[in-house]
Every structure is written in C-alpha cells, then in structure tokens.
Design a protein around this ligand. Structure first.
Ligand code: HEC
Ligand code: HEC
Length: 510
C-alpha cells in the first residue's frame, strides 16, 4: 500500500528529487564560484585524434538522439500514444548503440594511450562506467528481452514527480532491469554536476559566441559583488546560456508533467459506459491525485496487453514470458474459481494483485485497493460481451493428511491426470501437444515437478484449479474441471501432489 516511509517511497518518491535538485542546482553554484572549471579537460592533443573524433561524434549525437527519444517516450507514455512510444524505442536504441560505442572507444583509448592514462582522473572512468552501464542495460532489454513500451509505465510516474505528488506504486511492477536503468540514470544525474560533464550545460550555444566573456563574468563578479545569476540572466556572458538551457529543460519537463492529460477510453467502449465509469471515479473522495481507471490501465498493463486489451502491446512478444499476454477483450481467463468457466471479479483481482508466477504477468500488490478495483472495472469494460460468472466453488476445510489419503490421491491422479501431466507429473503425458489456448498457441500441460504454480500455491488455489478447471474458450477446456469428484477425492489428489509431485515446500500453508 502507499506507505510513505517504505523503501519504495524513498527510492521512487524521494531519491529522484534529491538527484534532480543536485543536477539543476550544483551547476549554478559551480558557475558562480569556479567559472573556469566549466569545461572538459582537452584531450585531443594526444595520439589517436581521429579515433577520438569518431568516438566524440558517436557519443554526442547518440546522446542527443537518446534525449529526444526519451522526450517522445515521455509524451507518448503520458498520453497513451503508441506511435510516440514506438519512436522512442527506435531513437533510444539507435542513439544508445551509437553512444555506447563512442563511450567504449573513448574509454579504451584512455586506457591504452599512456599520456591519456597519466592525465585521467577517477571521474573520467566513473563517467564512462555510468554511461556504459545505463545504456547497456537498456539496449540489452530492448534487443534481447524485447521489453518494449515501458514508457507507458515510467512516463506517468515521472510526470507525478513534476506534479509534486509522486506515485511510487506505478514503478513497482516495472521489470527489474528497467528499475536499475532508471535508478542508475538518476544517480548519474546527481553525480553529473560534479564532473567535467558539466560542460553540457554550456552547449551547444556557446560555440556560436566564442567565450572570452568568461573573464568578464569574473570581473563583474568582483566589481559588483553580484548575487548569483543576476548578470547571467541579462545574457552578458556565454555562460548565461547555461542558465537558459537548464531553465528551458526544467520548463519543458515541468510543462509536460503538469499539463498533459491522461489517455481516455473514448471510442474504445460505448460512450454511455465510459461516462458512468468516469462519473463513478470522480465521485470517490481523494486525498491526492492518483492514477486509476483506464489511464492506470495504460500505465500498468498496455505495454503487454495493448491499449485496447487485445494482448498485442509493444512488449507482448518478449521471450521472457512463458505465455503470451491474454487477449482481455475475449475474456478466456484461466485462473478461475467459479462453476461455469467464467472469471469473477474476485478471480481477476487475485490475478492482478498476485500476478501469475513465472509467466510474465507481474504482481500489482503495491496498488491501492481502489486502484485495483478501477483496473478490474476497466478489464470488464474491455471484455466484450462478458457472460455472468457462476457461483464461487465452495472449498471445505482441508482435512489432515493421512497415508490412506495419499494412496487414494495417487490412484485418482493415475486415473484423471496422467494422460496430460504424465505418470510422474513431468508434463509428459500422451496429450502433450493437443492443448492450445483460444489464440491457437500450444499450451503444454504443466511440468508440476519443476514449474511454478502460476495461479498461486495455496491449497485453496490448488483446489480451485482442479475443481474449476482451466477454460480456453466458451465451454472448452485447457484443463478439465473435476468438481464432480467431490471434496474428499480432490483433497486426496492435493495431498498426493504435495507429497510426491510438487517440489517440497511448494504448497504454502495458507
Ligand atoms: C509484463 C507483461 C504484462 C503486464 C504489464 C501485465 N500483464 Fe497481464 N498477463 C501477462 C501474461 C504473459 C499473461 C498470460 C499468463 C499465462 O497465461 O501464463 C497475462 C495474463 C493476464 C490475465 C489473465 C488471467 C487469467 O486468469 O487467465 C489478466 C486478467 C491480466 N493479465 C490482466 C492484467 C492487468 C489488469 C494488467 C495491468 C494491471 C496486466 N495484466 C499487466 C503479461 C502482462
Ligand atoms: C487434458 C489435459 C489435462 C488434464 C487431464 C489435467 N491437466 Fe492440469 N493442466 C493442463 C494444462 C494444459 C495446464 C497448463 C495451463 C497453463 O499453463 O496455462 C495444466 C496446469 C495444471 C496445474 C498448474 C496450475 C497453476 O496454477 O499453474 C495444476 C496444479 C494441474 N494442472 C493439476 C492437474 C491435476 C491434479 C489433474 C488431474 C485431476 C490435471 N491437472 C489434469 C492440462 C491438463
């Protein structure tokens, strides 16, 4: 929940402010006290100038592309514009590849050329370390993991910083590598003004106005005893462009964060439905502006399930997923507890809060109860022609396990389950290849010995899986339902699974 002292709040709600403050404020302080320090230390005078030229071009143009790519991703992510998020992907990947190449060449030259090595200071290496790590993680994620569209998730979180109402819960379900990428980038931003990279704030405009004026700044400083920045804002020296650039970036990011509206459902569902939904939401009293409903869906779900819920988000084909993201409009949900194969709100809620272990569907346990409710509402709107869910299957208390029960369970398993899951539960029964989900993807029976229980490992969830089965379409089953066996035999099967098939300790005692 939204605990204001929790580590996730410190990391996603406080740390970015510290980093951004350092990033924007330290350059001004340095400018006032040490104006001559605001440049790179020249290093082109040594061997390998051509190489350096190439590296510098790659690095600088790469960073430009990366920066503007991120700007596109920020705007597209907030507004729910898929094309802009796509542009972000290409610009950032190409720019990132160029920049990382430049950085690696420059670093190699620094290490290889003795004169360069002698002149290098720790920050020269640390800076390259940051650049290579930050870009490396993102490129690996984009090209190998194919985790695309994360800006739908990160942009609204970043915008919440500019609204001074940080929503750390939005980042909670982002992939680990994305979190690392973002945190490293903020750490780099905090460190940035203490390094030679501070010259970035004097670029590019001061190339047009050659900088002899630096002397004048210093002179004025002594003449007038000026207060920080007052001459600078009159545009007297080239360093003033630094102020303009810094303020410009702040204003642009601030405007984006403060003014852009969230995505809307118009056109996705019938208008009447959309209005009731919005009305219901604005009625709820709120202590702070928190993303919910369809905008929250776009931020948390669209990168996999798509903006319209068809399971075709930009990151849907990631090879890290064990199954493709479900087409929410068709509503063939598998992890259910009802008697007629139709997921209830409680079933959807269980999946959203807990995720599906090992499948790619993350857990959203940090969202507030109201936010989850609004997501379930959104899924119900996207789900076309939703049938009424049946009664929830009753789960009687679990009896204590006995040897006789395990033997009975073994017999039941051999009769009912071996065809698909195999005699030892390794997923190697005779019906291995026959099962496809509603979209036609082959879904092999689970290897119960090694693979996680996606739907949850509590005895109650296991009971639901066996009693309710796993539907693939209307009245069709990926795994049949066994409610007709009755509680005694179902508990016996669970006792046997726990004893002989599932990894030890897999069944949680909840
Ligand atoms: C990183 C990708 C990803 C994100 C983000 C994601 N999902 Fe999923 N989701 C999946 C995958 C993959 C599956 C299919 C899992 C399987 O069948 O093994 C899935 C399955 C589902 C299911 C089907 C459950 C069932 O019983 O069959 C629902 C409902 C669902 N997701 C809703 C959501 C909602 C709501 C969100 C946003 C809060 C969300 N998902 C975010 C990847 C994702
Ligand atoms: C017709 C084939 C078939 C039969 C018969 C069958 N299953 Fe399954 N079972 C499957 C498939 C396919 C999956 C995987 C579904 C998926 O990955 O989405 C599965 C998944 C499971 C899971 C994993 C649930 C989770 O949360 O991930 C359990 C547990 C399970 N089966 C137990 C059983 C038991 C016990 C029986 C006998 C009573 C049985 N199955 C009979 C096909 C079958």
């Amino acid at each position: 929940m939204n605990d204001y002292l929790g580590s996730s709040y410190l990391i996603w709600g406080v740390f970015p402010y510290v980093a951004l403050t350092l990033f924007f404020v330290v350059p001004f302080i340095r400018m006032v006290y040490r104006p001559f320090g605001m440049s790179t230390r020249a290093s082109g005078i040594f061997l390998g100038r051509d190489i350096l030229g190439l590296a510098t071009h790659l690095l600088h143009w790469g960073i430009f592309l990366v920066f503007f790519g991120h700007l596109a991703g920020l705007i597209g992510g907030i507004l729910g514009w898929g094309a802009w998020v796509g542009a972000f992907f290409w610009m950032a990947t190409l720019g990132g590849l160029a920049a990382i190449t430049g950085s690696i060449i420059a670093l190699a030259r620094r290490i290889q050329v003795p004169e360069m090595r002698a002149m290098s200071q720790p920050d020269d290496y640390i800076v390259h370390g940051f650049i290579i790590a930050i870009l490396g993680i993102a490129i690996y994620q984009a090209l190998v993991h194919k985790i695309w569209g994360v800006s739908f998730t990160a942009a609204p979180w970043f915008a919440s910083l500019w609204r001074f109402s940080p929503q750390p819960e939005l980042m909670a379900s982002a992939p680990l590598l994305t979190k690392l990428h973002v945190l490293l980038a903020f750490a780099f931003a905090a460190y940035f003004p203490f390094t030679k990279l501070i010259h970035a704030w004097t670029l590019p405009v001061n190339y047009l106005v050659r900088p002899y004026q630096v002397l004048r700044t210093a002179a004025k400083k002594f003449q007038n005893g000026w207060v920080m920045g007052c001459w600078e804002f009159k545009g007297v020296t080239d360093k003033s462009y630094m102020s303009y650039l810094a303020i410009g970036v702040l204003v642009v990011l601030g405007l984006i964060g403060l003014t852009l509206p969230g995505p809307s459902m118009d056109g996705l569902v019938q208008e009447a439905q959309a209005t009731t939904m919005t009305a219901a939401r604005s009625d709820a009293a709120r202590s702070r502006p928190v993303l919910d409903g369809y905008p929250l869906y776009v931020s948390q779900c669209a990168r996999c399930h798509g903006l319209e819920g068809q399971g075709d988000g930009p990151g849907a084909k990631s090879p890290t997923f064990a199954a493709v993201p479900r087409d929410l409009t068709a509503g063939h949900f598998q992890f259910i507890s009802t008697s007629n194969g139709v997921a209830s709100d409680a079933d959807l809620r269980h999946v959203v809060v807990n995720g599906l272990e090992g499948s790619g569907m993350p857990s959203f346990s940090r969202l507030s109860e109201r936010q989850v409710d609004s997501l379930i509402e959104t899924v119900n709107f996207l789900w076309k022609g939703r049938p009424a869910p049946g009664e929830r299957i009753q789960v009687p208390p679990r009896p204590a396990t006995t040897a006789a029960m395990i033997a009975q369970g073994k017999q039941e398993y051999a009769n009912q389950c071996t065809v698909c899951h195999g005699a030892n539960g390794a997923g190697d029964g005779v019906l291995t290849k026959l099962r496809t989900d509603a979209a036609g993807h082959v879904i092999p029976p689970r290897n119960l010995r090694t693979e996680p229980l996606k739907g949850g490992s509590s005895p109650t969830q296991l009971y639901y899986r066996i009693a309710a089965g796993m539907p693939r379409a209307k009245d069709e089953w990926l795994m049949p339902h066994y409610a007709n066996l009755g509680p005694e035999r179902i508990w016996a099967i669970i006792a046997y699974l726990e004893q002989d098939i599932l990894p030890p300790g897999q069944v949680a005692n909840r």
